[in-house]
Design a protein around this ligand. Structure first.
Ligand SMILES: [Zn+2]
Ligand SMILES: [Zn+2]
Length: 365
């Protein structure tokens, strides 16, 4: 079983042969068919999120169930599934209230091991961690069954894969978290995989204008394709000032930060109109701090909120997003601007970092 393993930060992933145990009670084995290349993997590779290695990376993926452990009854062999990178115990206060992305039911074991604390993959007999308990840059994944969601069989695997992270996070941020009303104005800072999905989520919600901001013109061209009505290249223009001009001076109703840096967090807070809402979506490096101006929050009655994983409920929202895609209400075909073979995975990260792709997806044989 081959998997892409991070052995050391700031080094390429290594595709290695690993030993894999069969699924235990409550677990499944999935043959991975497609896996997206995401900035979150890169945050681990570059040390922004210091996590224990060796670790199989990858968390945005889809595949076919090939084996189920004891007690698994919601999926069976042959089912097409989308991986969820958050567990869902179904019992804790957050699962019970529908905020499943905040599940605390398994907080007593590390997020890179199975729920009993042990590993299912090994390298030369030593345990190897799995990012988010899945680690989908892998020909086969054994993981908790609650982290796979059955999907319709006619959905292409590449589309299913990206529903599991960037599509859920971006569209969910708009329709599940911020609940953007039709006709309200939206600013999106950062037009990578998540940002482009915020743009198309805003289009789905009927927002107008939809202002996209990035440092690269090719990303802004993508944003137009997914529904942006206005584009700001922040390398040459003051993004906040320009967003205010476009909205008649007040600022936007909702501004999304898809980057997760000090500067972009401050920009989205500045860019919202009085009574508006700044939404933090991109996950910052753990050490990031941003000096907000509390008086403008008070005088302007501004709201700041964070959304993790688009605040989605995977069991409900992944099938909904699959239907939207098959009904051509959202555009995933053009979002997947590049596919790779597994052996090209490090090239996939290089092109993502260079801003050359909307979303790149690895396709497995
Ligand atoms: Zn991701
Ligand atoms: Zn829970």
């Amino acid at each position: 079983m081959r998997a892409a393993v991070l052995i050391e930060i700031n080094k390429p992933l290594q595709i290695l042969d690993l030993e894999q145990d069969p699924p235990q009670a409550g677990e499944v084995r999935v043959k991975v068919k497609a896996a997206g290349v995401c900035m979150s993997d890169w945050h681990i590779m570059n040390g922004d999120w210091p996590l224990p290695m060796p670790m199989v990376l990858g968390h945005e993926a889809a595949g076919i169930v090939i084996e189920t452990g004891r007690g698994v009854d919601h999926v069976k062999s042959g089912d097409h599934v989308i991986f969820s990178f958050r567990p869902h115990c179904g019992r804790c206060r957050y699962c019970s209230s529908g905020q499943t992305v905040l599940c605390i039911g398994h907080n007593d074991t590390p997020r890179w091991r199975m729920h009993d604390g042990t590993a299912r993959v090994r390298l030369n007999g030593e345990p190897v961690n799995q990012m988010a308990r899945i680690g989908t840059f892998s020909e086969e994944v054994v993981c908790p069954s609650e982290q796979v969601v059955k999907t319709r069989n006619d959905l292409p695997f590449t589309h299913a894969a990206i529903i599991g992270c960037s599509v859920a996070t971006g569209i969910g941020a708009v329709i599940r978290h911020a609940r953007v009303p039709a006709g309200s104005s939206v600013l999106v800072i950062g037009c990578g995989g998540v940002g482009l999905n915020i743009v198309q989520g805003a289009r789905l919600a009927g927002a107008s204008p939809i202002i996209a901001c990035d440092l690269r013109d090719n990303k802004l061209d993508y944003a137009k394709l997914f529904g942006a009505t206005h584009r700001i290249n922040a390398s040459s223009v003051d993004a906040v000032k320009r967003a205010r001009e476009i909205t008649g001076g007040l600022g936007v109703d909702t501004a999304f930060d898809a980057i997760g840096s000090e500067q972009t967090a401050l920009q989205v807070i500045d860019a919202v109109a009085p009574g508006g809402r700044a939404v933090l979506v991109g996950i910052p490096a753990f050490a990031t701090r941003a000096p907000i101006n509390p008086s403008q929050i008070v005088y302007g009655e501004k709201m700041i909120s964070g959304t993790y994983y688009g605040s989605v409920r995977p069991n409900i929202d992944f099938p909904m997003l699959a239907d939207l895609d098959m009904d051509k209400k959202i555009n995933l075909d053009q979002l997947i601007s590049r596919t790779y073979e597994f052996d090209q995975i490090n090239e996939g990260f290089a092109l993502m970092r260079a801003g050359e792709v909307a979303r790149g997806v690895i396709v497995f044989d």
